[in-house]
Write a protein that binds this ligand. Structure first.
Ligand SMILES: [Zn+2]
Length: 85
């Protein structure tokens, strides 16, 4: 059995997917932005009108970004990761 991590994202498939794909999270964060009118620029939503911002994708991306940041801090504390500057 492995010790459950406080940063585990196993319960959120979308968040895990974003963290697993190099560059995907940054792409989503740069594209799913407020269009200054309260709607997401990247989610046209042709059937139900444009998605309000933050859209579901953006909210998941924000969670993924927080997880990635927390994990980077963990690695830095360990002193053996690529971020151990
Ligand atoms: Zn969106």
């Amino acid at each position: 059995m492995t010790e459950p991590s406080p940063y585990a994202a196993d319960d959120d498939v979308l968040v895990t997917f974003m963290l697993d794909q190099p560059g995907l999270l940054d792409l989503i964060l740069s594209q799913h932005v407020d269009d200054d009118g309260g709607y997401c620029l990247a989610c046209p939503g042709p059937q139900s009108g444009r998605r309000r911002f933050p859209c579901d994708v953006r909210q998941a991306a924000d969670r993924a970004a927080r997880l990635r940041h927390a994990q980077a801090l963990e690695h830095r504390r360990d002193g053996d990761g690529p971020l151990g500057l």
